[in-house]
Design a binder for this molecule. Sequence first.
Ligand code: ATP
Length: 201
Amino acid sequence: MLKIGLTGGIGSGKSTVCKLFAELGVPIVDADVIARQVVQPGQPALRKLAETFGQDILDAGGALHRAELRRRVFADARLKQQLDAIMHPLIYAEIDRAVQHLRSPYGIIAIPLLLETGKRYAVDRVLVVDCPVETQLQRVLNRDQISREQAEAIIATQASRQQRLAAADDVIDNSATPASLAERVKSLHNSYLFLANARNT
Ligand code: ATP
């Protein structure tokens, strides 16, 4: 199966684009959903995280206390690396498992931080959802209860617009209305079907 890695900055429109592909019957594997599943109570990942970062990262019910874990790794690059070294292989293995169950010419693997991670998940093509940073900011501020400064700080930790565009095989320009997106997604859908078909013949 052809693996299309979909990425883009915060608020760029990844979920909106995924929905449009899903409406065309394309399977979506979402790394964010998988990342949450692998740290559910009882999963080996959660035990490993507690061993590495301390029992304080668990709440009273034994579930992951995300805010506490985030607080710990936020200011310490070495801890962040340790966290990534535990989480990424597990997430990638689960993505692979999900992909193996799919019976379709191609699938969208949505990985928000695809380009930020050192050891990237291997995809056949990188699809970037793009819009100007100011548009990203406006959309995030409209959607989430965060300040402009907080949104800017998150954007600063992510790959730059230029870095993303340089890594892209395909780009979806999401600077205009959602209506124009559907057309673009339909045309990419046809290209991906063509490419998937060509690979199998
Ligand atoms: P995150 O990285 O935070 O998960 P995302 O990349 O998945 O975000 P979306 O949630 O799809 O982005 O979009 C961010 C916000 O902007 C949402 O409220 C969405 O409805 C809105 N939005 C997306 N595309 C457009 C558009 N073309 N015009 C106007 N609003 C849009």
